[in-house]
Write a protein that binds this ligand. Sequence first.
Ligand SMILES: [Zn+2]
Length: 84
Amino acid sequence: MRVTPSRLVCQQAVELMSDYLDGALSRHDRRRLEKHLAECDACTAFLEQMRATIAASGVATPDDLSPEALNTLTQLFERYREPE
Ligand SMILES: [Zn+2]
């Protein structure tokens, strides 16, 4: 697995996602995240699930999600990341 400084790893991508959904990312970070999403199924699925969870919870931002909801998301993410 290659990791270069310009390439986001999943951990960093996840950290950017709540700001991404808030529209609070800089253009630079947004581009980096979208690039990562284009090549990472786990993060794409996670972002979709986060969106769905936010919509279902009726909260405004990912920061308002309950710890339980975040926990569920994290578990889902771990499952996606397991090698096939
Ligand atoms: Zn990823």
